[in-house]
Write a protein that binds this ligand. Structure first.
Ligand SMILES: [Cu+2]
Length: 323
């Protein structure tokens, strides 16, 4: 019956949410983009950093800040839980949509092919001052001093604090080894979601955050550095590469816990006014289910985990181009 009504809806041309994904958007590795494509992305990000906030989220001054707020407002509900990978997938989509819909970006969200730079982040083209995200932090505060984002003032963070501060970094080549291919492969070999998800969230996830350091190493406010989106889009590719090994099963099932931790290394302690996460809208139990609503705080419409498990499932329609 549901199938029939879906079909009828499609015949009436009101079925964009269920339309078949016949021409998936191509998400490409940053280092494979042309100079013009890199500049278009950077300029669109700068556009979000100039656009005034419109959602009324705490402390946010710009649209860029409002996307960061998605993460700050629910850090403990979206890390070390079954929703970790679907949540960040949805957040990448919200960011990509903002670039395209509000800042005339004509490309799609690129990713950082981190295994290529693992152990040598310092020399990555991602840190280029002209065709990249600027360099390492300098001085006592570790503020980035070069590149297009050197003058941006974060209003959210660090952590749960909201202060005016620069984007800071402290590159660690040693920590960046966590993003190496062997670590990716180790996760891809695992056969259950309950083992693959914590593997991906451990290494390679930590390799990118710790390898960049500074704002990126703060588990709550890390989307204050625009590199966050390149890093997490790469992790989304790793997740998809894992899902694609058994697509029928791995796009229709989910698991893991809904009960967030009280404290995690790399995260500021959860403030007492933020309740301990024990579930979500559409998913009140302790085990994560497909009905779990991913809250985008108005940046894009909320969707469930079930809606986003297949990146070519109709709502999402993209693919990852190998570098
Ligand atoms: Cu995160």
């Amino acid at each position: 019956m549901a199938q029939i009504s879906k079909l009828v809806a499609c015949l009436l041309m009101v079925c964009s949410a269920f339309a078949a994904c016949t021409n998936p958007a191509k998400r490409r590795a940053w280092h494979t983009l042309s100079k013009a494509e890199k500049l278009e992305y950077i300029n669109a990000e700068l556009c979000l950093m100039k656009k005034p906030a419109r959602l009324g989220l705490p402390a946010a001054k710009t649209r860029f800040d409002e996307l960061q707020a998605i993460h700050q407002l629910q850090a403990y509900a979206t890390h070390f839980v079954g929703a970790f990978l679907p949540f960040h997938r949805m957040m990448m989509y919200a960011h990509e949509s903002a670039l395209r819909n509000e800042c005339n970006y004509t490309g799609y969200q690129p990713y950082w092919y981190e295994q290529q730079d693992a152990g040598n982040f310092r020399n990555s083209v991602l840190f280029d001052a002209t065709y990249g995200f600027g360099g390492n932090g300098v001085g006592a505060n570790g503020c980035i001093a070069t590149g297009p984002f050197a003058n941006y003032t974060n209003s959210l963070g660090p952590g749960y604090d909201n202060t005016q501060h620069c984007i800071n970094r402290a590159i660690s080549d040693q920590t960046s080894t966590g993003s190496r291919q062997a670590n990716v492969d180790a996760c891809l070999r695992l056969t259950t979601f309950e083992t693959a998800w914590p593997c991906i969230e451990g290494q390679p996830h930590t390799g990118g955050h710790g390898g960049v350091g500074g704002q990126m190493l703060n588990g709550v406010s890390s989307p204050g550095d625009p590199l966050f989106y390149l890093h997490h889009t790469w992790l989304d590719k790793v997740f998809w590469d894992w899902q694609a090994k058994d697509r029928a099963t791995r796009t229709t099932t989910i698991g893991g816990t809904n009960v967030g931790p009280d404290y995690s290394p790399g995260f500021p302690p959860r403030p007492s006014n933020i309740p301990k996460p024990t579930g979500a809208a559409g998913d009140p139990g302790t085990t994560t289910t497909l009905g779990h609503v991913l809250n985008m705080y108005g940046n894009s419409p909320n969707r469930t985990i079930g809606d986003v498990l297949d990146i070519q499932g109709g709502f999402l329609c993209y693919e990852y181009v190998e570098p």
